[in-house]
Design a protein around this ligand. Structure first.
Ligand code: ACO
Length: 378
């Protein structure tokens, strides 16, 4: 066995072999099952992309239709899950609510038959179907309202926006949201996916796998950054303040949210598409003053930090798109989770196919044979 050098954060250390997605951070390439993200954003839909990621093939029309119908059928939540959500504090973060609800599904669907393709399919359908309903239900309940039931005549993205905003979305808004879901669906072995894989490797149930991934995505260095970007844009407040704000960050070595990536050393290809989507939305539904601030930030950061490979990541423009779609700031990360559930499930299934429990080693830095000092002598 080769003894490897310790790398903090496992940077550059392969943790698995996977055929789900590919990133070239120098060239700005992202592919799902070999298909460039730009192609999928333009031509596919989120559910078709989810199918591709999970079953490693583009479905034919009949298979896609069946998959979509199954998902529609399973969108509703059990009333006991809704009752459980009623007990959550309205001040709680929606990611915590989602994590608790995802874990609770394991109580209601406790059968565990990880070698049965029908079980895998049912779990995939149930999670893809119910995660959006949970996010929307918590949002309405924390405002003191009853959750809105899913509508069978609406597609996946349109139904989520309907359940959230209590009105049917404009078709362009629904389409743009669907593209956002596609863009966030998968991204190799990042922190939350790794967390999902480690949990999956113990052969626990898929609801625990997703709950674990949701908890990991919640942190500000990962999925939480989109939320932080909007708070930062609000703090900056005007285009004139951009340069002094950024210079202050650089002087004090404060991370600029929405910039930098462990893998990408150029502008994230998803950020390029998200910026275009933001512009389409602003053209149709009115401008957003924060967009001008964001564009100026990108310009100044490129000038000052571009030589170090620090450019906008996926979270930089996504928040501006979500705001325009009526999604509250603290739901950005749960919305990310709705989408990434597809990628997590793909990795769950891949992990099960050739499972070996994760059990890395460590480099011990503590004492040996240390004396036990009696309490009265400490
Ligand atoms: N602002 C300012 N400086 C930065 C930034 C940033 N956003 N990102 C990296 N740097 C600098 C660091 O200060 C560091 O400088 P140093 O070498 O002088 O200490 C150097 O670049 C390397 O930074 P690391 O944090 O070590 O780079 P890493 O690859 O680990 O970081 C990360 C990636 C965590 C995403 C980082 O860029 C960051 O914190 N960005 C802001 C948060 C963010 O937007 N997260 C979302 C990422 S995308 C996603 O998870 C979906």
């Amino acid at each position: 066995m080769t003894v490897c050098e310790y790398r903090a954060g496992l940077e550059g250390v392969p943790a698995t072999q996977s055929s789900i997605s590919f990133v070239d951070g120098q060239k700005g390439i992202l592919e799902y099952r070999g298909i460039p993200i730009q192609e999928l954003a333009e031509k596919s839909t989120f559910l078709e992309t989810a199918y591709l990621l999970i079953w490693n093939e583009l479905p034919n029309a009949e298979d896609l239709g069946t998959f979509e119908t199954e998902i529609r059928y399973h969108r509703r939540l059990k009333y006991r899950i809704r009752d459980m959500m009623k007990c959550f504090p309205e001040s709680g973060h929606p990611m915590d609510a989602l994590q608790a609800c995802a874990a609770a599904l394991g109580l209601f669907y406790s059968r565990r038959a990880l070698d049965d393709p029908a079980y895998i399919r049912a779990a995939v359908v149930r999670l893809l179907a119910k995660v959006p309903t949970m996010v929307a239900a918590f949002q309405l309940m924390r405002k003191g309202n009853d959750p809105v039931q899913p509508r069978d005549d609406l597609g996946y993205a349109a139904n989520f926006l309907y359940m959230l905003n209590e009105q049917e979305p404009d078709p362009l808004a629904a389409h743009i949201f669907d593209v956002c879901l596609t863009l966030h669906a998968e991204h190799t072995i990042n922190a939350s996916t790794f967390s999902a894989m480690v949990t999956a490797s113990t052969l626990t149930d898929p609801y625990a796998v997703i709950a674990s991934a949701v908890g990991t995505l919640a942190g500000p260095l990962h999925g939480g950054a989109a939320e932080e970007v909007i708070l930062m844009l609000e703090e900056i407040g005007s285009v004139e303040n951009v340069r002094p704000y950024l210079e202050h960050c650089m002087e004090h070595k404060t991370k600029i949210m929405g910039f930098g990536h462990r893998v990408y050393k150029v502008k994230d290809p998803r950020a390029i598409i998200l910026q275009q989507l933001a512009e389409q939305l602003f053209d149709k539904f009115g401008q957003d003053k924060y967009y001008d601030i964001a564009v100026e930030m990108e310009h100044v950061v490129a000038e000052k930090l571009g030589h170090r490979g620090i450019y906008p990541n996926v979270d930089f423009y996504s928040g501006l798109v979500y705001r325009k779609l009526g999604i509250p700031t603290d739901l950005f990360t749960p919305v990310f989770a709705i989408s990434r559930t597809a990628g997590w499930l793909a990795h769950w299934k891949e992990q099960l196919a050739e499972n070996r429990i994760f059990r890395p080693t460590q480099i011990y830095t503590g004492l040996h044979s240390a004396p036990y000092v009696p309490i009265e002598q400490r």
